[in-house]
Design a protein around this ligand. Structure first.
Ligand SMILES: C[S@@+](CC[C@H](N)C(=O)[O-])C[C@H]1O[C@@H](n2cnc3c(N)ncnc32)[C@H](O)[C@@H]1O
Length: 255
């Protein structure tokens, strides 16, 4: 099979994997090292909790899957919207959100054509998604487009060093049980089939998408990237249309 033919089939194949494996993914991501890592990721965003003098933030979860991260953010009082193209995963996400009386708004959408006007959100993130999507440049550009100037765009993805040998060593060093180490092995396996990022590559992608003030941090023994950047002010007819602010300051000021 030629590379072009393979590429035509890759995306529908990936989509089918998530439809057929929706229950497995919902369970896999609910507990264990990947769930812990996502909680760490949410904390790393340093979003002020709503109330106590802080306004409510409009947050977008891109490729939300079962919505575990979106529901957690909604618990801190933020207005969370979440998109995914898997109907099965969205069905699970909606059911879990109803059960928790969470106010997350779910939408069926591809990551590279988000159904929102420009600058609709204060923060937009994707956990374990950018390394999966076929059209990652368009996805990152969309994330930047729908985030307001001064807002935050963040992503969680495998580092180039993630491998089965490395995750097994990490699991041993951290005395993980066999179920948790199997989850990490499964992640390393799909990362190998999709993408793992060298620092320069990720930096370039985020810069090309239009982000500035980038921060790239390694977690999970160096095998995972937490990356984030700020959306710059947009220039219209030579004028600055919005004053750029650091995310922390901008978030604190929204009423
Ligand atoms: C590994 S799961 C991560 C789910 C969730 N972000 C989490 O961390 O729990 C990847 C998700 O990305 C979604 N996805 C992959 N490609 C997509 C695309 N092009 N458009 C929308 N969603 C996509 C899948 O349906 C799946 O729910």
């Amino acid at each position: 099979m030629t590379a072009t033919v393979r590429n035509v089939f890759r995306d529908p194949f990936k989509q089918m994997l998530f439809e057929l494996g929706a229950g497995y993914y919902a369970r896999k991501l609910a507990t264990g090292p990947e769930a812990d890592l996502r909680r760490e990721f949410v904390q790393s965003l340093q979003l002020p909790p709503s109330g106590n003098g802080h306004g409510t933030l409009r947050v977008l979860d891109v490729g939300c899957g079962p919505g575990h991260v979106a529901r957690e953010l909604a618990q801190s009082g933020h207005e969370v919207t979440a998109v995914d193209r898997s109907r099965s995963l969205l069905r699970i996400a909606r059911r879990l959100a109803r059960r928790e009386r969470s106010g997350v708004q779910f939408h069926l959408s591809s990551t590279d054509q988000l159904p929102f006007p420009d600058a609709s959100f204060d923060c937009c993130y994707a956990t374990g998604v950018i390394y999966w999507v076929e059209n990652l440049t368009a996805t990152l550009r969309e994330m930047v487009r729908v985030t307001r100037p001064g807002g935050l765009v963040a992503s969680l993805d495998p580092h180039a060093s993630m491998s089965i040998a490395r995750v097994l060593a990490y699991a041993r060093e951290n005395s993980m049980n066999s179920r948790d180490s199997r989850k990490l092995v499964a992640w390393a396996t799909v990362a190998k089939c999709n993408r793992r990022f060298e620092e320069g590559h990720l930096w370039q992608l985020l810069t090309d998408a239009g982000l500035e003030s980038l921060t790239l941090e390694q977690r999970l023994g160096g095998m995972v990237w937490f990356s984030r950047g700020t959306v710059p002010a947009r220039v219209r007819d030579g004028d600055i249309s919005d004053v750029r602010t650091e995310p922390g300051v901008a978030f604190a000021e929204r009423g």
